[in-house]
Ligand binder design. Structure first.
Ligand code: URP
Ligand code: ZN
Ligand code: ZN
Length: 460
């Protein structure tokens, strides 16, 4: 059965116009004024609403063994939350620890998604160790359709790789046509500073930020950029949080390094005073890179508006309050991460577009189109065009509400944005032409979501 969206105002990263959209067999087959549809077509009246291409979250964690525990969501809960919030595809970080086999981990992560996802999904494959057979293993991952990697310069003893391993990974990525995403903080400096703070009795969550200050992130960002320059690989800095790191990244871009920049939802709206609250209140806000001094937010919003910051993700990584309490005696034991997959679109719309910090087109670009271009999904995803997947967000700009953990669908007993007002939310969300959400309620099916196979970028 076809689907016809009538009377809506289409917004892409470049255009804004009134037209109907007709969908058949999961894809958009016609766009134009007053489209006629065969009998039996499902019709949705989008009058007074904006229609965006489905939003894509480039950075989420769902299955994640980390810091002695597991992130709380599974594919059913996370993907339901995603679509309610207007995200119709996401890219999950597949993060084996150093001891784990890369291919076995890749299969394990994929198996966690099968049959459960309400939206489409892909993976960034983390390289956490360089074995002799790394190239052969990566070739198998590529054959399966995963063409982006993840490396960590931080989390010493867990995910971190050293400079030699970074060099090898980037060389291989260049050869095989892979883009490498990177967590850029200096593992050694953080480890030393953490131990010094603990030895001084500085154990609360307020010491998390001082243990990994902005210059530690700027150093990691600069080193990653230098290694990209040396190897000719394509890179993507994840969750860039502060002005000094942004300056370093932009310097690299200017001198021709193939580097894209992502910042994530919490860093635009929250600051380090949240983690300075006492007890578990503060622990809720421990993530890495840490929430920063509010001054940095201006640089992030400006960078986003101009496109210097390419994309906005969430780094969704929920741990509940009991898990956060694992760090009650030492901030180094607080599981790092915040929930957010459900909130990115509404909060960036409210505090970006509605507050005049972000144009509507840049909003679509940063949260959808540029993600799809960078990670090999365009034009299947990230736009509204004939032939594209019918991932559509019919957006009600008149909606007014408040975020609360009591109402969200993420499997987490707190919200990092509790009590924050939103001005707009998806009225209807379709995933490849199937209505998955109506008026904030999930009405679709788990298992609708598919693994997204991607091609390598031009290999050399
Ligand atoms: O604090 C964070 N960001 N947790 C998730 C792991 C990572 O570094 O992305
Ligand atoms: Zn990270
Ligand atoms: Zn992350």
């Amino acid at each position: 059965m076809g689907l016809l969206l009538q009377n809506g105002e289409i917004v892409t990263c470049e255009e804004r116009y009134f037209a109907d959209i007709y969908v058949e067999n999961e894809t958009i087959t016609a766009i134009g004024p007053a489209l006629q549809a065969p009998p039996g077509t499902e019709i949705i009246d989008a009058r007074g609403k904006l229609i965006f291409p489905g939003f894509i979250d480039p950075h989420v964690h769902i299955h994640l063994p980390f810091m002695g525990t597991f992130a709380k969501d599974n594919y059913a809960t996370a993907s339901k939350a995603a679509v309610i919030g207007g995200t119709t595809s996401f890219i999950e970080m597949c993060c084996p620890s150093r001891q784990d086999d890369l291919l076995a981990s890749y299969q394990l992560w994929k198996s966690k998604a099968e049959g459960l996802s309400a939206c489409d999904y892909a993976f960034h494959m983390a390289v956490t160790r360089c074995d002799e057979d790394l190239e052969a293993q990566l070739r198998q991952v590529i054959d399966d359709g995963t063409t982006s990697l993840k490396i960590f310069l931080s989390y010493k003893g867990a995910f971190a790789i050293d400079d030699g391993e970074m060099y090898q990974t980037l060389r291989l990525a260049r050869k095989l046509g892979l883009i490498v995403t990177a967590h850029c903080e200096n593992a050694e400096l953080i480890s030393r500073m953490q131990q010094e703070l603990l030895a001084q009795g500085r154990t609360g969550p307020e010491w998390h930020e001082p243990s990994r200050p902005d210059f530690v992130e700027a150093e990691g960002t600069g080193r990653f950029a230098t290694f990209l320059e040396a190897t000719g690989a394509s890179g993507y800095v994840v969750h860039l949080s502060c002005a000094p790191a942004l300056r370093v990244a932009l310097d690299a871009k200017k001198r021709g390094v193939n580097l894209a920049v992502e910042s994530v939802l919490p860093h635009f709206l929250l600051d380090k005073t949240y983690a300075e609250r006492t007890g578990v209140e503060g622990m809720q806000y421990v993530m890495s890179p840490p929430l920063r001094d509010r001054e940095n937010q201006r640089a992030l919003w400006e960078g986003l508006a101009t496109g210097d910051i390419d994309t906005v993700g969430t780094d969704h990584c929920p741990f509940d309050l009991a898990q956060k309490m694992m760090g009650k005696d030492a901030f180094t034991l607080i599981p790092n991460g915040l929930p957010g997959i459900e909130d990115r679109v509404n909060l960036m719309y409210t505090y970006g577009v509605n507050r005049g910090a972000l144009s509507l087109h840049r909003f679509v670009d940063a949260l959808s189109t540029r993600v799809s271009r960078l990670f090999g999904l365009y034009p299947r995803k990230g736009t509204i065009a004939v032939g594209s997947d019918a991932d559509l967000v019919i957006y009600d700009t008149q909606y007014r509400g408040t975020i609360s953990a009591t109402a969200h669908s993420m499997n987490c007993d707190y919200s990092a944005f509790e009590g924050v007002a939103i001005e707009g939310r998806p009225a209807v969300v379709t995933v490849r032409g199937k209505v998955q959400v109506r008026d904030g309620r999930f009405v679709g099916e788990h298992g609708r979501g598919r693994f997204l196979r991607r091609d390598p970028i031009q290999a050399s």
